[in-house]
Design a protein around this ligand. Structure first.
Ligand code: BTN
Length: 325
């Protein structure tokens, strides 16, 4: 914990009551001017801290930002978000940053968060609309001891986790569109980009990036018909920090269960939340397109499509269009 985080902790503990500069300086073993310096830094971050000469300081407003101190406050995980949170107001892409950190050896559980992305990446070279302070743009570094062919399951697991976090904290009824889109009323509210570094028989790291449209009010023309946000669906703004914390807590739990006991429980949940199974779909892959019924989720997380001629195809990655209702 930094000195600044310590000052914040003491201010928070007061729950709206004043604390004198002298008490703070005694408790922390630093000078009163050092306390003042940390108060100024917190104010620069957006915390509203009132001060008067005879009463001291009181914390009266917490900024609507994904600040590490806010994410870490009461975060009920043991590793995710506890191994360092890298935060910047603006980043090109949290996935890009997380990959660089992973290559340099950052541990499992390292979290990268930004208020805005200038080069937010989507699947298949697309961009991810990432306006300032509207969504959650976050990437987590994982180092699972799994054979590489198990890696796609992490994307499915992430989808289940985001859907559950929505159900826990919002009135939304999300659905998962294989492999990784979270939809509400047929529109995309969250995208997941999983990028891995692996060898033939081992995974070095996996970066799981989630883009969640929380308080996004307006999408650019090309996304208007396909994108939505928690705000647009409910008419209310939501606490992004609370949603991110809920996601991290559930993600760690599912991930641990997956590593220790296999994919069974997550798969069951995925099937309950998925919208593609049993539907007539068209899948666009990089080099081909196929149409048929989505009949099964294979053991490794791939989707099995049965074409009209009865032939079964195993799809690892692609864009799905669902036909009919
Ligand atoms: C998709 O549906 O195409 C995936 C979108 C993933 C977007 C998130 S936002 C945080 C992380 N950083 C990125 O550059 N992309 C992911």
């Amino acid at each position: 914990m930094t000195t600044k985080d310590d000052v914040l902790k003491y201010l928070r503990e007061q729950q709206g009551d004043w604390i004198s500069g002298e008490t703070l300086s005694n408790r922390m073993g630093i000078s009163r001017s050092a306390v003042w310096k940390q108060i100024s830094r917190l104010r620069q971050e957006g915390y509203v801290i009132q001060s008067t000469p005879n009463k001291g300081y009181v914390l009266s407003e917490i900024p609507e930002m994904l600040l590490p101190a806010e994410i870490g406050e009461g975060l009920d995980t043991s590793v995710f978000g506890k191994q360092g949170i890298v935060y910047e107001g603006e980043m090109d892409s949290t996935n890009r940053k997380a990959r660089d950190l992973a290559v340099k050896g950052a541990p499992e559980g390292t979290l990268v968060v930004a208020e805005k992305q200038t080069g937010g990446r989507g699947r298949r070279g697309r961009y991810w609309f990432s306006p300032r302070k509207a969504g959650i743009y976050a990437s987590l570094i994982l180092r699972p001891k799994l054979p590489p062919n198990e890696a796609p399951k992490i994307t499915l697991l992430t989808g289940v986790t985001v859907a559950e976090a929505f159900m826990a904290l919002t009135p939304l009824k999300p659905a998962i569109k294989w492999p990784n889109d979270i939809l509400v009323n047929g529109r995309k509210i969250c995208g997941i980009l999983t990028e891995s570094s692996m060898e033939m028989d081992a995974i070095h790291h996996v970066v799981v990036g989630v883009g969640i449209n929380v308080n996004t009010r307006k999408f650019p023309d090309e996304l208007k018909e396909i994108g939505t946000s928690v705000y647009l669906e409910t008419g209310r703004t939501f606490d992004r920090v609370a949603l991110l914390k809920e996601f991290l807590r559930r993600f760690e739990e599912h991930y641990r269960n997956f590593l220790s006991s296999g994919f069974g429980s997550v798969e069951k949940r995925w099937r309950e939340l998925a919208v593609v199974l049993g539907k007539e779909v068209t899948v666009r892959m990089i080099d081909a397109t196929c149409r048929g019924r989505a009949v099964e989720l294979d053991r490794d997380g791939a989707l099995i499509i049965q074409e009209k001629n009865g032939e079964r195809r195993k799809i690892y990655s692609g864009d799905i269009q669902i036909h009919g209702k």
